[in-house]
Design a protein around this ligand. Structure first.
Ligand SMILES: [Ca+2]
Length: 299
């Protein structure tokens, strides 16, 4: 049985929004004063304030964080007032793909996912450039190739000493579905897509600032639409049987893109829809979102 002191330490860790200095030195987790005073059993739910207000996470995510003894949300400081928010995605099992492509995937470890696509301000802070066609600090960066996207992750990893990377295709779909088995993270009806996504019918042929539409059940915004998001995998045929932590095809000519964009039809924005382009391809509806692996220290 855990002592009150050890539970208190866990509560502080769960509640912490980890601020990672852009200098490369990670700071100590800082719990808000209201949390520091809270009693252990009373802060295990979002209603008790254990989660930052911006993190629209589910009880499942909070439980996953408690079991892994890591914060359910973290915020990376990039300098100049720019930050990047991420939430913990629980380990689990789901049915990936649709139709004849359906197969069972197990993701064995929890991982953090950016709550939004990478913005132009974030990209500028890390790379010192902004290649976007549609300018706006809080718009997603566009016109990034897979090579650019992986370089962004590499530089951000060096800055933060965190394992920053692109999601695998399986991680992306699992995070997008957020526990659902429907065409979209909110159900099967195209008619609701406008509440969650910028796509061909409502975008006005441009990207939009991230996070304006409704999030999915795990607090992720714009998984459907706005910009396509590069995944780490080579585009290839799915496995026919159940797999654990799949990394995609061993080789190929195209890298996976997911989620549709401001230019596309509803069906292109489905949770299971796949696309792929050569790694050097840049166009005005391609962007990215990052994953951060959970480290041994949980920071
Ligand atoms: Ca998107």
């Amino acid at each position: 049985m855990a002592t009150q002191q050890s539970v208190g330490r866990w509560v502080a860790m769960l509640a912490a929004v980890v601020l990672l200095a852009a200098s490369g030195c990670s700071s100590e987790p800082v719990a808000p004063a209201s949390i520091q005073k809270a009693q252990a059993p009373a802060v295990a739910t979002p209603a008790d304030g254990a989660v930052p207000e911006w993190a629209k996470v589910s009880p499942l995510q909070i439980d996953s964080a408690r079991k892994a003894v890591v914060p359910v949300a973290k915020e990376i400081v990039l300098g100049g007032g720019i930050t990047m928010k991420l939430v913990l995605i629980p380990a689990g099992k789901f049915t990936m793909g649709e139709g004849n492509d359906q197969h069972e995937v197990t993701l064995s470890k929890p991982f953090y996912v950016g709550v939004t696509e990478v913005t132009q301000a974030q990209y500028q802070a890390v790379m010192g450039t902004n290649p976007s066609n549609f300018k706006g600090e809080t718009n997603p960066v566009d016109q990034v190739s897979w090579i650019d996207a992986t370089e962004f992750c590499k530089k951000l990893s060096e800055k933060t000493r965190q394992a920053v990377r692109l999601p695998t295709e399986a991680e992306w779909e699992y995070a997008c579905r957020a526990g659902t088995a429907t065409a979209y993270s909110f159900g099967d009806a195209d008619s609701a897509l406008g509440d969650y996504a910028w796509y061909g019918s409502n975008s006005g042929n441009t990207t939009h600032p991230v996070g304006q539409k409704k999030p999915n059940a795990w607090g992720l915004y714009d998984m459907h639409g706005n910009v396509w998001e590069w995944c780490a995998d080579w585009y290839g045929s799915y496995p026919t049987g159940a797999v654990t932590d799949p990394q995609g095809a061993a080789s190929g000519t195209s890298r996976v893109l997911r989620g549709g964009s401001w230019f596309y039809n509803p069906s292109d924005c489905r949770s299971a829809n796949r696309n792929g382009l050569t790694p050097d391809f840049r166009i005005i509806n391609l962007g990215l979102r990052v994953v951060v692996s959970v480290s041994a220290l949980g920071l």
